[in-house]
Design a protein around this ligand. Sequence first.
Ligand code: PLP
Length: 430
Amino acid sequence: MNTQHSKELFKEAESHIVGGVNSPSRAFKGVCGGTPVFMEKGEGAYLYDVDGNAYIDYIGGYGPIITGHAHPHITKAITEAAQIGVLLGTPTALENQFAKKLKEAVPSLEKVRFVNSGTEAVMTTVRIARAYTGRDKIVKFAGSYHGHSDPVLVAAGSGPATLGSPDSAGVTSNTAKEVITVPFNDVERYREALETFGDDIAAVLVEPIVGNFGIVEPEPGFLEKVNEMTHDVGALVIYDEVISAFRFHYGAAQDILGVYPDLTAMGKIIGGGLPIGAYGGNVNIMEEIAPLGPAYQAGTMAGNPASMSAGIACLEVLEDKLLYDKLETLGKKLEDGLQKIAANAQVPIQINRKIGALTLFFTSQPVKNYDDADATNGTHFSTFFHSMLEQGIHLAPSKFEAWFLTSAHTEKDITTTLEAAETAFQAINK
Ligand code: PLP
């Protein structure tokens, strides 16, 4: 495959943009190097690069694109919104319409607020929880990414119930001291953290179905226990549904799981591809936020007509239940096919899949938490990734990321992908 123009553009990008990319997840550091492909346009399940190559896309913009690229209904809504003025700086009826639609789909959202990114949504739920409880510490689960605000860029400490350490330069050790990180799906370690710090804990931050060290579902009873134990110490439960909301059905993961948080953060899919975040939950807790309460949060772009219109249009498309049935059918075909081909090639793999999202791990062991995901074979993933890319299959350049199907993918796309995977598994054995 000729990608000469991409290589030239990347070289140019490196001279203007730090690292040549505007988000580190787009760099190829996690796959033993290479040049990120510069895309010219997306249409349905496909991306087209600047050298004229076509790719079947499984990144889906890192999650937001679930109806395929440039979906006509969403594109029309964005175009119309641009014509009325992209930013009015006043409330608009679109905000009411979208808030109502979100609340109907996710009943735990008694009140909502729109922001511009998942990072902002999560960051604000943490602030509200601190304001509401009058406590400082938060608990999070190892390997879950909650955006790039300081309190959530904290890694686990040295022991099971120790305070965290900064996971990024520039995050202060004082910030890290307010965060306790425990393994996902481990009730005992969570209990230990609560026993040690219970009275100081404002909230626990949970991805109810993890998307950030691959797709990892909670063990039966885990989330129920987390809720019970958290409330017993007087702390709040925050669900980060930035990836999971509207990913698996029309609504949030909490409504499939039947376990409900006090506050929820959302983003990605709900913006139909435009920048967005939203948070919401119990009305008494939400009233901590300005202008009603003492906790501050604001945003020049928050609730802008284009993001609102794209979000409403995206949810209108997703209201068709058949869409999720299709994602399940395609997801199963992809999973079954990959399992079969890997077994034939004698490459040990595990696939964690939920509806149209899956992660292919190079390991023979089940993946239930971050340590399991971290222990999977990154060299095998890199070989597989580069072979797939060379064959026009666009995966995220990290062994921890999910493959996201869209409603624009077809059975034929899955067949083509599986044919490429056969070659990619063989490349691992060479
Ligand atoms: N929370 C989760 C679970 C995410 O996956 C992400 C981004 O990948 C974020 C929060 C941050 O969202 P954003 O990139 O829109 O700031």
